[in-house]
Design a protein around this ligand. Structure first.
Ligand code: AR6
Length: 183
């Protein structure tokens, strides 16, 4: 399902962030030290191989809302953009920091003239951000950033599992009422 709003196509799918071979950049829901960890970060580092952790080391630590870019190593994608989402209930303001992740990741993508980028649902796993609230912040942040984007033409949200997909799809459909649906 996908929509176009004043800029790139915003698409939402169910899937695995490490299996998005048709985008140039995937986004990592990282930890502050940019170490492999679990969830998305674990899957990305496993697929990329040890070269990714080595490239990350001198870039760490990062702060909530920040985004840094590395190459993709053994991933099918040339780039990985590492974002640190807020730990829900700890890092405040949670919504502002989560929105900053999406905004800053898109900035890193624009700097490299990346055209296609895929995001996981940052902070909704180990960091405990309630899914519906995260979906609302995410969709708003992407729609606000869209008109500024020059190189990015596709923003894909990759949701792991049907419950999360349904929540993000409803948020995107609600915010996108009146926009062009992309067939
Ligand atoms: N593809 C897409 N989404 C996934 C995948 C995958 N392969 N694996 C999990 N998800 P999380 P966070 C979903 O915990 O909340 C790590 O240990 C998952 O269901 O990866 O930002 C890091 O090292 C959830 O909805 O990220 C950090 O310490 C969403 O992706 C910490 O967790 C994010 O889950 C970051 O926590």
């Amino acid at each position: 399902m996908s929509f176009r709003h004043n800029g790139p196509e915003i698409e939402i799918i169910r899937g695995d962030i490490t299996r998005q071979g048709d985008v140039e950049a995937i986004v990592n829901a990282a930890n502050a030290r940019l170490l492999p960890g679990g969830g998305v970060a674990g899957a990305i580092h496993r697929a990329a191989g040890p070269g990714l952790a080595a490239e990350c080391r001198p870039l760490a630590p990062i702060r909530p809302g920040e985004a840094v870019i590395t190459s993709g190593h053994r991933l099918p994608n040339p780039w990985v953009i590492h974002c640190l989402g807020p730990v829900y209930g700890l890092d405040e303001p949670a919504a502002g920091l989560l929105a900053a992740c999406y905004r800053n990741a898109l900035r890193r993508a624009e700097e490299r003239e990346i055209r296609r980028i895929a995001f996981p649902a940052i902070s909704t796993g180990a960091f405990g951000y309630p899914a519906a609230a995260a979906a609302a912040v995410t969709v708003r942040a992407l729609r606000e950033a869209a008109p500024e984007l020059k190189s990015v033409r596709l923003v894909r949200l990759v949701l792991f599992g049907k419950p999360l997909f349904d929540i993000f799809r409803d948020a995107l459909a609600g915010e996108s009422a009146g926009d062009a649906a992309v067939p």
